[in-house]
Design a protein around this ligand. Structure first.
Ligand code: GLT
Ligand code: MN
Ligand code: MN
Length: 388
């Protein structure tokens, strides 16, 4: 039996808000007592996580006095030192407070926009103090219920202005920090701007310092939009923009479920892990999920262990898939290339284009070839089911 014990090199992280989730939902209050940030760090240490991430107000309540802030930070730093956990990522809560009811950076009210910048700068300072190298932006309230209320082009411009401002702030402070933008199509707003990872990638290219900004795709968020998460992550990776990732699971078409990684779509979780591992993804594997509302803290630990264990099992399955002779021979066959088209493919030239125009193609013969994808997919399923 393989060893599925999490190791530091796996870079498994959890947000304080994930294992600290007390089970509140729109229809009912907490089912678990709240634990302090330091207690949550110790819980994560127990299950073998590598790091912990936080929103400013997960760590320091918004109304904390300076003395309370100091004592919380002291306890938190002690728990980090005792457990060896690190803080790879931090973020700002720009969604819980009533002041953000109509957004933060995209609010129509300039006072709200200015306050959101101030809160984020303070939160960046806190994150950097604790060692964060990645700063996530999830604009949960940056949207509308009705487009009568905000000009969507103005909203894009306001988002850009805020990102440009904060990039300059980071440069000014000489912080070694990168930004990762996280998309979500809806919830808590009726519709959220820059609703998918693809939208975010396009937006990043319009910023003053695009090199400082990447994405933080979340499984559940792309699945809520009915999209193929693996394809979105591949696009981010291929363009050098996968700075961080939020792993969890989600049934298509549902509300934001934030289930344990691999709890719903095992096959897409497999192809995701394979993509990350085959391409040597090297940043945090962050589980942005929480335990079912039915659980006590033993169940929270089961949840956290389950996320990491499933990832490691799928990593092993990916290696098995890559080494499987039968799978490899189908792959070799479907990717066969006799080189005869090299003269036409690749970079354009006028000569190539002219020559290609006079090449004859036997369409029925080319189309008549079976591709063995049924066989390949069944072999994949059998690797996953453990019978190979
Ligand atoms: C919130 C949201 C997550 C984001 C977190 C970071 S907060 O829980 O549902 O997807 O990643 O702001
Ligand atoms: Mn989510
Ligand atoms: Mn997330």
């Amino acid at each position: 039996m393989s060893d599925y014990t999490p190791k530091p090199e796996n870079k498994f992280t959890f947000g304080l808000w994930t294992v600290g989730n007390v089970g509140r939902d729109p229809f009912g209050g907490p089912v678990r007592d709240a634990k302090s940030p330091a207690e949550l760090v110790r819980l994560l240490g127990e299950v073998g996580a590598y790091g912990v991430n936080f929103h400013d107000n997960d760590l320091i309540p918004i109304d904390a006095t300076p003395a309370e802030r100091d004592s919380i930070l002291k306890e938190f730093k002690k728990a980090l030192a005792d457990t060896g956990l690190v803080v790879p990522m931090a973020t700002t809560n720009l969604f819980s407070e009533p002041i953000f009811k109509d957004g933060a950076f995209t609010s129509n009210d300039p006072k709200v926009r200015a306050y959101a910048l101030q809160k984020t700068m303070n939160s960046i300072d806190l994150g950097v103090e604790l060692g964060a190298g990645i700063y996530v932006f999830w604009g949960g309230r940056e949207g509308t219920e009705t487009d009568a209320t905000k000009d969507p082009i103005t909203a894009i411009k306001r988002s850009r202005e805020a990102m440009n401002f904060l990039c300059e702030y980071v440069k000014d402070q000489k912080y070694d920090l990168k930004f990762a933008l996280e998309a979500k199509p809806n919830e808590p707003r009726g519709d959220i701007y820059n609703s998918t990872t693809g939208h975010m990638l396009a937006f990043i290219n319009t910023l003053d310092h695009p090199e400082m900004v990447g994405v933080n795709p979340e499984v559940a968020h792309e699945h809520m939009a009915g999209l193929n998460f693996v394809h979105g992550v591949a696009q981010a990776m291929e363009s050098g923009k996968l700075f961080h990732i939020d792993l969890n699971d989600q049934a298509f078409g549902r509300y934001d479920q934030d289930f344990r990684f691999g709890a719903v779509n095992l096959k897409s979780a497999f192809f995701l892990v394979k993509l990350l591992e085959d391409n040597k993804y090297d940043s945090s594997r962050h589980f942005d999920a929480h335990a079912y509302r039915t659980e006590d803290y033993e169940g929270v630990k089961d949840f956290a262990c389950g996320c990491m264990r499933t990832y490691l099992i799928l990593k092993e399955k990916a290696a098995q898939w890559n080494a499987d002779q039968e799978i490899q021979s189908v792959l070799a066959e479907i990717n066969a290339d006799d080189g005869s088209m090299n003269q036409y493919l690749g970079k354009y030239s006028a000569e190539k284009a002219n020559a290609l125009k006079s090449q004859a193609f036997d369409r029925p013969a080319i189309a008549g070839r079976g591709l063995k994808y049924e066989k390949l997919d069944q072999l994949t399923v059998e690797v996953l089911l453990g019978v190979r």
